[in-house]
Design a protein. Structure first.
Length: 138
C-alpha cells in the first residue's frame, strides 16, 4: 500500500586502483530479509513490514565496488502483511506489485547516493548520465 520509511544502515565504497581504460559496471539490488514491523501513528498501531536490502555496484576489471545496505518500512492491511511474510518465509519471494514498489523506492534513493559516492571517490557514475550534443546550425 505505501512505503513510509527509508534509511541506510551501511555504506561501503572501495576504489582499488585508478580508473583507466574501459570499465564495466554491474549494478544489483536484492532483498535480504522481510519481517514484521508495526508502526505507531499517534495512538493508532499500523501493521507493517521492514524490508532489508543491499544495492551493489561492481567496477570491472577490479577497479572497485560499492555496497549500500538499508531498510524500507512498508505498511498495508494486516491480512496482506501476513500473506507477504508467509510467502517470504516459504519461498523468499514477494508479490510482484509489492516488489515493484520496493525496488523503485530503493533505486530512487540508492542511485542518487551511488552517484554522489562515485563522484567523491573519483569513480565513473554507476548509472548512465544524459549527454548533450551540440550541433552547428546550417
Amino acid at each position: 500500500m505505501a512505503v513510509v520509511g527509508f534509511n541506510f544502515t551501511k555504506i561501503n565504497v572501495d576504489r582499488k586502483q585508478p580508473v583507466t581504460g574501459k570499465i564495466k559496471i554491474n549494478n544489483n539490488v536484492s532483498i535480504k530479509s522481510v519481517e514484521d514491523h508495526s508502526i505507531m501513528f499517534g495512538k493508532t498501531k499500523q501493521e507493517g513490514l521492514k524490508f532489508t536490502f543491499e544495492f551493489t555496484s561492481k567496477y570491472e576489471p577490479n577497479v572497485g565496488d560499492m555496497s549500500i545496505v538499508g531498510e524500507v518500512i512498508y505498511i498495508n492491511e494486516p491480512n496482506k502483511i501476513k500473506e507477504i511474510v508467509s510467502e517470504w518465509k516459504k519461498n523468499k519471494k514477494v508479490p510482484k506489485e509489492v516488489m515493484t514498489e520496493m525496488l523503485n523506492a530503493i533505486l530512487d534513493r540508492c542511485n542518487i547516493q551511488a552517484l554522489t559516492l562515485s563522484r567523491d571517490m573519483g569513480m565513473p557514475p554507476p548509472i548512465p548520465l544524459p549527454k548533450v550534443q551540440v550541433e552547428e546550425k546550417k
